[in-house]
Design a protein around this ligand. Sequence first.
Ligand code: ADP
Ligand code: MG
Length: 215
Amino acid sequence: MNAFVSLGLSPSLSRAVEELGYDLPTPIQAAAIPAALAGRDLLGSAATGSGKTAAFVIPVLQRIESRPRPALRRTQALILVPTRELAMQVGETMRQLGQFFAEPVKLSVLYGGVSINPQMMALRGGAEVVIATPGRLLDVVAQNALKLSDVGCLVLDEADRLLDGGFADELSRVLALLPARRQNLLFSATFPDTVQALTDRLLRDPVRVEIAQEP
Ligand code: ADP
Ligand code: MG
């Protein structure tokens, strides 16, 4: 049996990690996934390439899979990332890990630098998970193409880059649109004062997972 099963993964997610050739959870995954599945807020840090994406994509997907899924798919999870490339990468990982769902997860990936119209059209059928850069997300919300009032889980990936990318104001505006009652998962490689201030403001009694860089 795949070692991920002991972390509490559903059968379809266990099958997907096996299909991807993930034999063992990485240290950040082993610590973060059970905490996130239990509904805890999380502060995670680990080196680049240590598997942080699946550490939040798996719990987000399992949350979607395990709840009622009405025909009009309300957005239950929002993943904020600093760049278009990262948005596309996270979207791809989410598609791969969600490939065995009985009903495919409805996913929207929003980023700037391209026309907003196709992204807004794609949102018409609803999106259970939105992966976005903050600026484009706000533009789409301003056009009434997306509501964030049902978001029960927020992920900030590469929070340090989000904040030094000049997104601090946009981030605050996005946070103001979200329900107060929600789970927050925050990942960052470094913890400068700006990130520290954000974690203090955002996270409630978080589980802290810091994986030391290998020497
Ligand atoms: P990070 O966000 O920490 O920089 P990524 O999530 O992008 O790292 O993962 C880096 C690479 O490791 C990806 O190619 C991913 O498919 C692979 N990977 C993730 N988790 C595992 C695992 N448990 N076993 C093997 N490979 C994995
Ligand atoms: Mg990453």
